[in-house]
Design a protein around this ligand. Structure first.
Ligand SMILES: Cc1cc2nc3c(=O)[nH]c(=O)nc-3n(C[C@H](O)[C@H](O)[C@H](O)COP(=O)(O)OP(=O)(O)OC[C@H]3O[C@@H](n4cnc5c(N)ncnc54)[C@H](O)[C@@H]3O)c2cc1C
Length: 550
């Protein structure tokens, strides 16, 4: 195997962000590390490469420059209001959450800045909640987009891996798929698995699973950083919280590459590891089919500003907090009461200012460009080129000059769920009628005005309130939205040192975990709801803990 002649102290399975961070920390402590992944070198960094690079950070210079007053106390209150921890096994997740929030308001930013990360100056306001002050959601904008998006998060750690490999302290073993943990006297002593045939599949594409050999490797400790279950829709369905969300949709699109297969969860369980909170998941309502797919069933998430009108499959406009960008799981539950898909209806003015797409490849200006590219893409005429491409080529997009044509074409797209044009029109007319005064009873219009009180939203994310049916704001656009699978909020039960626990809550000697495989820390440090930017953050935080303790 690739690691012959190298005797590791620690084996890390999974070379995504959490694995790289854990490897770096362990090498700094003088540990010899073998970092393996079932994918090839072209996939180093895992999902984080594809991410938008949005990081939850608190009380930062970027926030202060935008006039945002934030604090660790407010962030913790928001976190607990969102997490709603209510299970005995939430003790470790809660401890991890408290530790992370303190870190995100303290050492996180200086540490990342020291590694070379920088952030876009307009802080985003993701997942606003929109119900009660003590409930779910971010009271203030905290979503810091890294320059370079996901590639900008991965690059410094990928460079560190190369440096550590050059000094001989780290060995990278690609196309090594772990299928079993080696147990001796009740302790995890190593990893066994398959060596896969090399693949030149581009990053993110399916790479094949042809086996050309087997391996067994021993070490004092094993850290699992194998990611979540988002691409394994059978597992998503198995753990779907029907009691809280309703039945899982029959059709879902995939927001992650297919190596996010979740197979390690069962492998670890059969070695004695405990899994908790597997029914807690974070899937998105605003998924669109990628017209230019990279991985199977590839979906992209729209990161919407607050103005699009949101209708369920029956054509009923959804009530607050089921507004774009406010409360992901409440909206998912509401959508599933009426069908499987939902609809945005909006204007050209809204798409130009408010539509962003999640993913590094959908934001070339922020990923590869400089200031000039960003200004041109975000403040110039039209939506960003990536959004315009979806408008033109995406299977879920419809553009029309008048409402009747729009609804006719919506009905052609979903013939099993025909919409009544009169019903849709009446709701939009009523909504447009609320614009006469600078105050209104319509919660969405009030929310739009609230968003525009924040400079960042007024500048690049929230269109001036305007009548949807006024042709001057058109053409009209409808977008069919699909449920898109993404993040696992539960997983391996671990403690504040990153040690994996058994189902009885005892330490399973020799086994550690970090990142999405352990619900981003502890077995689910988000509880029921995420505040966004907390997934990469959780990989960084829990990766450090595991690397410092294994
Ligand atoms: C499009 C997109 C946008 C996103 N945007 C954001 C954002 O802006 N902010 C944010 O906070 N989060 C975001 N996320 C989420 C975040 O990127 C992920 O949750 C995070 O990167 C997961 O990292 P990880 O290291 O835990 O796992 P992964 O990145 O999934 O890495 C796990 C690795 O383990 C390997 N592996 C799995 N099983 C085995 C096995 N048996 N043997 C060997 N190797 C194995 C896999 O091949 C993979 O390389 C986004 C995700 C996507 C896909």
């Amino acid at each position: 195997m690739a690691d012959q002649g190298f005797t590791p102290d620690i084996i890390i399975v999974g070379a995504g962000l959490a694995g790289m961070v854990a490897a770096h920390e362990a090498v700094l402590r003088g540990r010899r590390v073998l970092l393996m992944d079932q994918e090839g070198p072209q996939s180093l960094g895992g999902q984080a490469f594809w991410s938008l690079g949005g990081l939850f950070m608190v009380n930062t210079p970027e926030q202060r420059r935008m006039g945002i007053r934030d604090s660790a106390e407010l962030a913790l209150s928001d976190w607990m209001g969102s997490a709603q921890f209510d299970r005995a096994e939430d003790a470790n997740p809660r401890a991890l959450a408290e530790g992370f929030v303190e870190w995100s308001a303290g050492d996180m930013r200086p540490w990342l800045q020291g590694l070379g990360l920088r952030w876009f100056p307009v802080v985003g306001w993701a997942e606003r909640g929109g119900a009660q002050a003590h409930g779910h959601g971010n009271s203030v904008p905290r979503f810091h987009i890294t320059w370079g998006t996901g590639t900008g998060v991965v690059a410094p750690f990928a460079a560190l891996m190369a440096d550590h490999a050059a000094t001989g302290k780290l060995r990278l073993a690609f196309r090594h798929r772990a299928t079993r943990l080696i147990i001796q006297n009740g302790a995890v002593m190593g990893v066994a698995g398959d060596v896969l045939a090399e693949s030149d599949a581009p990053r993110g594409a399916s790479s094949g699973r042809e086996t050309i050999g087997a391996f067994e490797q021993r070490a004092e400790a094993v850290i699992l950083t194998t990611g979540g279950i988002g691409a394994n829709h059978d597992l998503v369905r198995k753990h779907w919280p029907t009691d809280r969300l309703g039945s899982a949709p029959k059709q879902m699109i995939s927001g992650v590459p297919d190596y996010v297969d979740g197979k390690m969860h069962a492998i670890a369980a059969s070695a004695g590891a405990g899994l908790i909170n597997e029914d807690r998941m974070w899937h998105y309502c605003e998924g669109i089919q990628n017209w230019n797919p990279i991985w199977p069933n590839h979906g992209i998430r729209i990161l919407p500003g607050p103005s699009s009108l949101w209708f369920d499959a029956r054509g009923d406009r959804m009530q607050a907090p089921c507004l774009p960008g406010f409360d992901t799981l409440s909206t998912l539950r509401r959508i599933l009461q009426a069908g499987e898909h939902s609809w945005f209806i909006l204007t050209q003015k809204i798409i130009e200012k408010e539509f962003a797409l999640s993913g590094s490849e959908q934001n070339p200006d922020l990923t590869d460009g400089g200031w000039r590219d960003v200004f041109r893409a975000r403040l110039g005429k039209g939506a960003t080129p990536a959004v315009e491409a979806f408008k033109e080529k995406g299977a879920d997009f419809i553009v029309a000059d008048d409402l009747d044509t729009l609804i006719n074409r919506m009905n052609e797209l979903t013939p099993d769920h025909p919409l009544d044009p009169d019903h849709i029109r009446a709701q939009i007319i009523a909504r447009d009628g609320q614009l006469t005064n600078p105050f209104a009873k319509d919660a969405q219009i009030t929310a739009i005005r609230g968003a525009r009180a924040y400079r960042g939203d007024r500048l690049i994310r929230t269109a001036k309130p305007h009548a949807i049916l006024d042709a001057a704001n058109g053409p009209l656009i409808a977008v069919r939205l699909n449920v898109l699978t993404r993040k696992s909020l539960g997983g391996l039960h671990s403690d504040a040192q990153g040690r994996v626990l058994t189902p009885a809550g005892d330490v399973l000697p020799g086994l550690f975990a970090a990142g999405e495989v352990c619900g981003f820390g502890g077995g689910g440090y988000h509880g029921y709801n995420a505040l966004e930017g907390t997934f990469l953050g959780g990989c960084l935080y829990s990766g450090r803990l595991a690397g410092q303790n294994a």
